[in-house]
Design a protein around this ligand. Structure first.
Ligand code: NDP
Length: 247
């Protein structure tokens, strides 16, 4: 058991990649706090986990609200007394070509992806700094590294997450807190299932491993970063993209 009795708070974990990360952690003995914007979605996922014998609790919160996130962290602390691992996974897209991109679509994506990560890091790092221990993992994207036509808001938000990760890694290193990012490429999820076969084919031309990633590919790398195996890794962005970007 690589995460036995660790307490992991994972935002946006009722479904998709976040759920997969939570399940990977729970299988390795962590108590996972399923957090998402809708409490009922958190409950469904937590009940499914408990039915499989995993340890799970729920804490709904909207990551765009610092008050909401602070309250969620306070409640987790009251109930469980620790947060060992934070995964900033909640994220949205509002794609459009730049000239057609509405200010509200820019603001919405920055609010969830970047400000949401800031809010959760701020609330949880207070706890981790006191404990002198912790792992923070933020889900970025290859788009934050290479940019993408039609995704200026998303690319900027994820590049921001990568820069935030490096800065916090430097600030928190002396307190034994590691801070890393994981940048998935094209992962088979509800978000990418919507793409046409033609678009998918074009994307795969740029993936040396020749297939889309699976949520479990991302979850396995998060598990590594959350485990003792990665104790000497901080400030890094690990690309989980089948080799799309090599540097
Ligand atoms: P999903 O949309 O499947 O899951 C994201 C979850 O976050 C949803 O449950 C969503 O709830 C929740 N969420 C949205 N807004 C908020 C909020 N304000 N507060 C709390 N929770 C919120 O996305 P994926 O699983 O595909 O993506 C997960 C992460 O991985 C994201 O950060 C994404 O940017 C990143 N990523 C995904 C890739 C992919 O190919 N899928 C590629 C690269 C990166 P609800 O559905 O109710 O809105």
């Amino acid at each position: 058991m690589r995460l036995k009795d660790e307490i992991a708070f994972i935002t946006g974990s009722a479904r998709g990649i976040g759920r997969e990360i939570a399940e990977a952690f729970a299988k390795e003995g962590a108590l996972v706090i399923i957090s998402d914007i809708k409490a009922e979605d958190c409950q469904v996922t937590a009940d499914e986990f408990k039915a499989k014998g995993y340890k799970a609790d729920i804490m709904a919160c909207n990551v765009t609200s610092s008050a909401d996130v602070d309250q969620a962290v306070d409640k987790i602390m009251e109930k469980h007394g620790r947060i060992d691992i934070l995964v900033n996974n909640a994220g949205i897209t509002r794609d459009n070509l730049f000239l057609r991109m509405k200010e509200e679509d820019w603001d919405a994506v920055i609010a969830v992806n970047l400000k949401g990560t800031f809010n959760a890091c701020k609330a949880v790092s207070k706890v981790m700094l006191k404990a002198r221990k912790g792992n923070i993992i933020s889900i970025a994207s290859v788009i934050g590294v290479m940019g993408n036509a039609g995704q200026a808001n998303y690319a900027a938000s994820k590049a921001g997450v990568i820069a935030l990760t490096k800065s916090l890694a430097r600030e928190f290193a002396s307190r034994n807190i590691t801070v890393n990012a994981v940048a998935p490429g094209y992962i088979k999820t509800a978000m990418t299932d919507k793409l046409s076969d033609e678009v998918k084919g074009k994307i795969l031309e740029n993936v040396p491993l020749g297939r889309m990633g699976l949520p479990s590919d991302v979850a396995n790398v998060c598990l590594f970063l959350a485990s003792k195996d990665a104790d000497y890794v901080t400030g890094q962005t690990l690309l989980v993209d089948g080799g799309m970007i090599m540097y």
